[in-house]
Design a protein around this ligand. Structure first.
Ligand SMILES: Cc1cc2nc3c(=O)[nH]c(=O)nc-3n(C[C@H](O)[C@H](O)[C@H](O)COP(=O)(O)OP(=O)(O)OC[C@H]3O[C@@H](n4cnc5c(N)ncnc54)[C@H](O)[C@@H]3O)c2cc1C
Length: 396
């Protein structure tokens, strides 16, 4: 049976943060827009975000908070639709926010408010949304042609807004990257980001018992430093500082962790040696960090628990180093199953930073997480989705 063909100015594949934003903007320009999504609900990842409260943007937006092979690429879009524009949009809909540490802005009530806001804007802009569309096929002749389960469409502009690999319906995994490859557009190697790191066998035997301990620390990799909590789990290390550093980590790298960032530990131990000479080294260290953690690190490094005055200063320096520069070598990450983002993606050298359009294929756009632009933890990924979606929406 021949399928009927409907024509749209723009078809957007993906009803997530970037796709909905792009559709709203194109709709405001009186474009005839269709969004196709294989899920049965729009904005599912937004609902999961920020523990259900959606960390919608960050008050101190800066390009330094983004990872990309071309770190300058996001600047233009982030300027044209900034954190202030996000806040104005929320205010227009009466959505109240609260600021948490590091300028992170969350919805006061629920992430559902954000999805409702986007769907309301889509309705006002006459955007059509088709959910549960099944698997899609795309082809370009004069126009783009898109086949869904039982329909076929043509369009002048095709926008790929299918996000990354984490928390996806299995059947559609990697669709956006495959479309890029279909059109000969380079994809920068992808990996899980903002993800817990796992222990190797030896560390697992030692540290898995510490599961549940959280501590303020500085985790660093490749000259990127993050001061936030780290959390010991059964499988490895998690918590915001570890999630942050995981995006920069590559297999085989070691992560440096300062477990006592508030203090010059060497000085502290020397002073305690004078004041409490008979106190044991573990009890002194346990003044600064959970005792179970102190015991494990000492045991693992063959530090005998004896009175602090029995340690010459040379050894005190070494002990301080164990806590100030703890070298942790993960054996991997928990992967896309628990990752918040996908690092890498459609090569930004292939796209216009002004429009998000492919330089090779006229009318083909990539926005949001599918692009090789990844934000640090803190509302940066959603802001990138809003900004890139907004920009493409002005041109499709
Ligand atoms: C648990 C969790 C919490 C997070 N919390 C935050 C946070 O608080 N703040 C923040 O800034 N970022 C957060 N992120 C990251 C943020 O949610 C994403 O970076 C952002 O949603 C990306 O937007 P997007 O539009 O590119 O993709 P998505 O929002 O993932 O949308 C992609 C859409 O495309 C659809 N799709 C995918 N493949 C196909 C296909 N083959 N056919 C049809 N449709 C398809 C999907 O169903 C989906 O609706 C979080 C991520 C996770 C997983």
């Amino acid at each position: 049976m021949e399928l009927s063909i409907t024509h749209y100015n723009a078809i957007i594949i993906g009803a997530g943060a970037s796709g909905l934003m792009c559709a709203i903007e194109a709709g405001k320009r009186h474009k005839n827009v269709l969004i196709l999504d294989h899920a049965n609900k729009a904005g599912q990842k937004i609902l999961l975000s920020g523990g259900g409260q959606c960390n919608v943007t960050n008050l101190s937006l800066s390009e330094n908070e983004f990872l990309s092979q071309n770190r300058h690429f996001p600047i233009s879009a982030l300027k044209r639709f900034s954190q202030h524009d996000t806040i104005s949009l929320l205010q227009k809909h009466g959505i109240t926010t609260c600021e948490r540490e590091h300028g992170r802005l969350f919805c006061e009530k629920s992430a559902q408010d954000i999805v409702n806001m986007l769907l309301k804007e889509c309705k006002e802009s006459n955007v059509a949304i088709k959910k549960s569309c099944g698997s899609l096929k795309v082809e370009k002749r004069e126009l783009f042609r898109v086949w869904s389960k039982n329909e076929s469409y043509t369009c002048n502009s095709l926008v790929i807004a299918t996000g990354g690999m984490s928390f996806q319906i299995k059947s559609g995994l990697g669709f956006g990257y495959n479309i890029a490859r279909q059109f000969n557009i380079n994809v920068v190697r992808i990996k899980a980001g903002l993800v817990p790191l796992t222990y190797g066998n030896d560390d697992s035997k030692i540290f898995s018992e510490l599961s549940g301990i959280a501590i303020d620390a500085v985790a660093s990799s490749k000259k990127q430093y993050f001061r936030e909590n780290i959390l010991f789990t059964h499988r490895g290390l998690s918590g915001p500082a570890i999630l942050q550093v995981s995006s920069y980590w590559e297999q085989g790298d070691t992560i440096e962790i300062d477990l006592m960032p508030n203090i010059d530990l060497c000085d502290y131990l020397k002073q305690r040696k004078l004041k409490r000479p008979k106190a044991s080294i573990i009890s002194i260290l346990a003044e600064l960090a959970p005792k179970r953690l102190v015991e494990k690190i000492c045991l693992n490094n063959l530090v005998v628990n004896k009175p602090i005055n029995q340690f010459p200063d040379k050894e005190i320096i070494k002990i301080a180093g164990l806590f100030k520069n703890w070298s942790f070598k993960p054996n991997g990450t928990e992967g896309y199953r628990t990752a918040e983002v996908t690092v890498g993606g459609v090569d930004t050298n292939e796209l216009s930073s002004k429009t998000m359009e492919s330089k090779k294929v006229e009318g083909l756009y990539f926005i949001g997480e599918v692009v090789d632009v990844t934000g640090n933890l803190g509302g940066y990924n959603l802001q990138w989705a809003w900004s890139s979606g907004y920009c493409a929406g002005q041109f499709v």
